[in-house]
Write a protein that binds this ligand. Sequence first.
Ligand code: ASP
Length: 444
Amino acid sequence: MSLTMKILVGMLAGLVVGVFFNMIDVAFINEHIVGGLFAMIGTMFVNALKMLVVPLVVFSLLCGVTGIGDIRLLGRVGGKSFGLYLMTTAIAIGTAIILALLIGPGQGFDMQGIDASGIEAKEAPSVWSVFASIVPTNPIQAFASGEMLQIIFYVIVVGIAAVMLGDQSAPFVRACEYMNELMMKIVSIVMAAAPYGVFCLIAKTFAEQGIELFIPVLAYVVTLVGALLLHLFVTLMLLLKVFSGLNPFTFIKKMRPAQIFAFSTASSNATIPVTLRCVTERIGVNNSVASFTVPFGATINMDGTAIMQGVATVFLANVYGIELGISGYLMVIAMAVLASIGTAGVPGVGLVMLTMVLNQVGLPIEGIALILGVDRLMDMIRTAVNITGDAVVSTIVASQEGEIDRTVFEDPNAGMAEDEDLHIDTAAEGRLAEEVRHRPHPAE
Ligand code: ASP
């Protein structure tokens, strides 16, 4: 069985076990299996992914910048991907609002029994301050707190400086290439544990998610899922076909592992290692483009999250009987696009962004309490849409710049290195130990 298949099986098994545990509702199981064992393994798995994000982005981006050979290409890739990210997010939320207005979820909703205490609005930072904060004052701090835009900025500057130094940088570039390989190997090790990690994450979520939470807000859920699927399978795939000429069906198939990871972790950031791998090794995008566009997209591009904000605003406007009008909805689009630039792709951040949007158009933020119960599952689906959007833009930009290997894309087995044998080559291990032992000490 291929690893992707095993992960899929883990996900389905998690779903079945989770729903079953939710139905039987036994205190011991809830406490020790779901809240204990599953939570522990799930957290370890997500932590292992997160542990890889910063070093992987740093070294693959350094390889990308130093290997690009033409700094102007970097500028073009940056400009194009930024423009496309904003455009796809705006299209996403635009379609979501139109669909929600047509379906009209939330009309005649009964607000009784909803506890809205403890929900606070967040102020949206100004665009200027978001751009200003891209330059870090302390790169180590940026690495430590995983500030992706600051990390990307700093690493690009280091990469450009290394290119300017020319031959002198050769050992540094080789070291980065080696570190990149090493990180990719660790990704393989973590991926090998994915079927179990995914199983635990999904089982835990579904064991804790009562189906009864969905019934009062079913219209919201159905509209939202409809808008997410429409964006994923129609809008994004049309854009891919038109701008790169690649086959959308092959694309979706190749993205499946990353989508499953995004679905189980609900975090675009934690999924970066897998997205990067799918985009480079399975789709064939050159690392010089992917190493920049993928982490950049994970931070600034959130199509699925924007869709949720569009549907939620229409839903709450209907619930409260408030007319937003064209200008109100245009404001929602602008806010959602801008808010996505400065916020990292972590679980639940969409709700925080929603408070900013609601605040801006004057809708009561307490309304969020209505959709809070179903948000985890919605978060999982929208994160899968978010990372697919990143990969589509990355592929379009690469194809326009001639930085895509179409034979890799056409090869159904490309990038199946995820199934690679993880055994340790004992002979090589012995040779390495021997060599290290006989290496003269630098002081000698
Ligand atoms: N969890 C989403 C992501 O990581 C963000 C959100 O919608 O909450 O992309």
